[in-house]
Write a protein that binds this ligand. Structure first.
Ligand SMILES: Nc1nc2c(ncn2[C@@H]2O[C@H](COP(=O)(O)OP(=O)(O)OP(=O)(O)O)[C@@H](O)[C@H]2O)c(=O)[nH]1
Ligand SMILES: [Mg+2]
Length: 218
């Protein structure tokens, strides 16, 4: 899925008055300096940090409506710098959805994106985790090292939505978070359907097992 060419969600974050909404634990991943904090800051407070102030770990909360349903987002901004990554396994287990980000101006960060996906897989022991792939700094076209097609190809591999964003110009920033919440909701719906199917299967096995007894009683 690729939504680079238009603002696909057609929504802006808006406040939700109800305290009833479901909380979504989102984790922002990516190499140091790709713009993780800048993306979150633009999303939450429409601000762009010009300087690179390496993150150790920050948490943000916001309330929005997505597809007419309220959502409390609990966003964890993680450290890209290797020396601050001690908590990685814990937040990979606790997160419900992951934004895997790289910079289109930094090929190494693109390779790291695959490493992050593999790490999520290893820690959670499933390839089936809601995620969105993001190629940031799309405003720096003259410094581009990773083509849009390569990003789309990796997203196909990950089977997840893909956006090229610019935190500097607030391009496709909302779309990333909307797509991730949609992924989580879809994932939950599929889990419920699978459970119902399993429970129907158990019921029919039980009925079959019980039938000789019933005949005896008759
Ligand atoms: N031109 C441009 N610069 C950006 C963009 N996003 C972030 N930057 C700049 O890139 C630098 C790093 O941004 P951060 O958001 O601090 O990067 P980070 O991924 O949070 O870095 P760590 O916390 O060290 O992992 C800053 O100087 C930002 O101003 C963007 O979309 N376009
Ligand atoms: Mg940061």
């Amino acid at each position: 899925m690729d939504s680079c060419s238009s603002n696909s969600s057609g929504r802006q974050p808006s406040s939700v008055s109800s305290g009833q909404s479901r909380e979504y634990k989102l984790v922002m991943l990516g190499e140091g300096g790709v713009g993780k904090s800048a993306i979150i800051m633009q999303f939450i407070s429409h601000r762009f940090p010009e300087d690179h102030d390496p993150t150790i770990e920050d948490a943000y909360k916001t309330q929005i409506r997505i597809d007419n349903e309220p959502a409390n987002l609990d966003i964890l901004d993680t450290a890209g710098q290797a020396e601050f990554t001690a908590m990685r396994d814990q937040y990979m287990r606790a997160g419900e959805g992951f934004i895997i980000s790289y910079s289109i101006t930094d090929r190494r960060s693109f390779h790291e994106a695959r490493e992050f996906k593999q790490l999520i897989h290893r820690v959670r022991r499933t390839a089936d985790t809601p995620a969105v792939l993001v190629g940031n700094k799309s405003d720096l076209q003259h410094l581009r090292q990773v083509s849009r097609e390569e990003g789309q190809g990796l997203a196909r591999e990950f089977q997840c939505p893909f956006f090229e964003t610019s935190a500097a110009f607030r391009l496709f920033i909302d779309d990333v978070f909307v797509a991730l919440v949609r992924q989580i909701r879809q994932h939950e719906k599929e889990a419920v359907i699978a459970m119902e199917r399993k429970s129907r299967h158990h019921t029919s096995v039980w009925k079959r097992l019980k039938s000789p007894f019933r005949r005896k009683k008759d």
